[in-house]
Design a protein around this ligand. Structure first.
Ligand code: ADP
Ligand code: MG
Length: 455
């Protein structure tokens, strides 16, 4: 029979819970996943009254009203799921209820958020590239004295359209934002802002990328040749990002350009003059690189006309509330979430973290927390949505080599071990401390390879 097949093959999947209740509230069918969540066996539930098994069940009201309830939050034994309960109708009469939900563990939800984030950031990058420089100093959030000072210095730089600017700071501190703002408020703002990531382009291609080439300059060269980024930026600004990664040979060529302001395309003979402002950025300590002969001193002095030293976020944590306030409405629009604020405890938590990825990381953390809050129907961000942050203590260098997922797993495992140690392996007490169901505790212990026997 088709319905038999439906029940056995389709409904018995790990990915969902499924339940069929008859008109009088008797459980006729409950799939394995559901039994597992309840920590019950088939014989404990089949034929029983649903109100005795899960008193919060919506199935009874669906049977009474004959109306489906779609997409509600169903929390049980520490799992939160999105559920639907539909009336079963035979001969125009309600004869029972079919309820199901997507079964997602918190870690699965985190995975989901991770994937959404990755996609979102990819699109953001695309949009940013399309819109060249659209930023001004108003987009640079921060009221700490250092930031105010750097902003006014950068505004000065903007007034002098040909001055070379060097921006120094850790990744995610806003170097590119500053470069765009300088371009955006200068009289070059209607002309192109061209970014070249010196670290991303293979060394042998960088010269052609910057200076362009003529037809036949090398195998694979385009017919008719191609202009380089310096030519494309004519009249505007060229942003040489990650300049510390440029090879010494390329550094020499760049130096010549900065001295002469003219160049020839690869394989060409015509001298090309361009009028561009050069803004270079790096997260490396160039002076140290000079002493190790990795960076040319003369190039450094050419670039170091006006330098903006952007401090890491951990040195200006007073700006964190401001940054959160600035990004939240924007992110609500982007993510289609309705998060209205953040608790004081959560803010305090943000201030205690070391932010190795600086503002970029803060914005990403905020996005994650907002998605999690919204998925759980919480109006504001609390420490609950920031739990993923506790994984890394300030000063620990765990982030670079580990994925968020593996860090979270380690963290969760540690907590279990701790709780079990504290309770001398008493599962009921440990579950109680952790505020989860004993069956969830067992599940997690198995997942992490912790012995469930009493030692
Ligand atoms: N002061 C700031 N105010 C608002 N947003 C900022 C600020 N600094 C950085 N950001 C944001 O953080 C992210 C990283 O900035 P970016 O300029 O790309 O950093 P970097 O080039 O130093 O790696 C961007 O989304 C940027 O808009
Ligand atoms: Mg950058």
């Amino acid at each position: 029979m088709h319905s038999q097949l439906l029940v056995s093959e389709v409904l018995d999947t790990n990915a969902m819970t499924a339940l069929i209740v008859s008109k009088d509230g008797t459980i006729e069918y409950m799939n394995k996943t559901y039994q597992y969540i309840l920590g019950k066996r088939e014989e404990d539930v089949i034929g029983k009254y649903i109100g005795d098994i899960t008193p919060e069940s919506r199935t009874l009201s669906v049977i009474k009203n004959g109306k489906a309830i779609v997409g509600y939050n169903w929390s049980i034994n520490g799992y939160t799921m999105i559920a639907c309960a539909l009336p079963l109708i035979r001969n125009d009469e309600v004869c029972g209820c079919f309820a199901y939900s997507l079964f997602m563990d918190v870690l699965d939800a985190q995975d989901l958020v991770e994937n959404i984030m990755r996609e979102l950031n990819m699109y953001k990058e695309e949009v940013r590239n399309l819109h060249a420089a659209r930023y001004s100093f108003a987009d640079i959030v921060g009221r700490t004295p250092v930031i105010e000072e750097i902003k006014s210095l950068a505004e000065k730089a903007a007034e002098h359209p040909s001055i070379t600017v060097l921006i120094n700071g850790e990744s995610g501190t806003g170097k590119e934002l500053f470069a765009q703002a300088i371009h955006g408020v200068s009289n070059r703002s209607r002309m192109p802002f061209i970014r070249v990531n010196c670290a991303a382009i293979p060394e042998h291609l960088l010269e052609a990328e910057l200076f362009g080439y003529e037809e036949g300059a090398f195998t694979g060269a385009k017919k008719g040749g191609s202009p380089g980024k310096f030519e494309l930026a004519h009249g505007g600004t060229i942003f040489l990002d990650e300049i510390g990664e440029m090879s010494l040979a390329m550094q020499s060529k760049l130096l010549v350009f900065l001295q002469e302001r003219e160049f020839e395309r690869l394989g060409g003979h015509k001298t090309i003059r361009v009028n561009v402002r050069v803004i270079a950025a790096t997260n490396r300590n160039l002076e140290e690189m000079i002493s190790q002969k990795q960076f040319r001193e003369d190039l450094f002095y050419r670039l170091n006309v006006l330098t903006l030293e952007i401090p890491p976020l951990r040195e200006r944590i007073q700006d964190i509330p401001l940054i959160v306030e600035y990004f939240m409405p924007q992110l609500n629009l982007e993510l289609k979430t309705r998060v209205s604020g953040i608790s004081d405890e959560a803010l305090a938590m943000l201030s205690q973290y070391s932010w190795p990825g600086n503002i970029r990381e803060l914005v990403n953390a905020l996005q994650r927390a907002m998605l999690l809050a919204d998925m759980g129907n919480y109006p504001t961000i609390t420490t609950k949505q920031l739990r993923f942050m506790k994984v890394v203590n300030p000063g620990e260098k765990a982030i670079a080599s580990n994925t968020l997922k593996s860090l979270m797993r380690d963290y969760e495992k540690n907590i279990l071990v701790q709780a079990l140690a504290e309770t001398k392996n008493n599962k009921a007490m440990a579950a109680d401390i952790l505020d989860i169901d004993v069956s969830s505790l067992y599940k997690k212990m198995k997942q992490y390879g912790l012995s469930v026997e009493n030692a």
